[in-house]
Write a new protein. Structure first.
Length: 117
């Protein structure tokens, strides 16, 4: 069963759409290009403001995914500028950095990267 990232966020924006191409120079001096990925890989940055309870729930979700190890489903909500599609993603980093403000409130960004399994 796949986990679902269902935490509310302020907004999400695509920070990149990326392809992976290998460029080899043949002995003749001509370049040869090969695709490493058949599909582009997308990344999103979610901007979040959380109270203490919601922040702890997100931290526990991050721990359950073991940082960037395990993938999960995330829907890019239309009301947040998205396309309404669900993507298989993982955290882009093994480190979750939070700014903890007064009364336990937090603001931070979480980067998600699309995966193909």
């Amino acid at each position: 069963m796949t986990d679902i990232f269902n935490f509310n966020y302020n907004r999400a924006h695509t920070s990149s759409v990326e392809f992976k191409t290998i460029v080899d120079e043949a002995t003749s001096g001509k370049e040869q290009r090969r695709d490493m990925w058949t599909n582009p890989q997308r990344r999103w940055v979610l901007e979040m403001d959380k109270n203490k309870v919601d922040r702890e729930a997100l931290v526990n979700f991050f721990i359950a995914q073991k940082g960037q190890k395990k993938s999960f489903d995330w829907t890019w909500a239309e009301d947040k500028g998205g396309d309404g599609q669900t993507y298989r993603v993982r955290f882009a980093k093994d480190k979750l950095e939070l700014s903890i403000l007064e009364l336990g409130y937090s603001n931070f960004k979480v980067e998600l990267v699309e995966v193909f399994e």
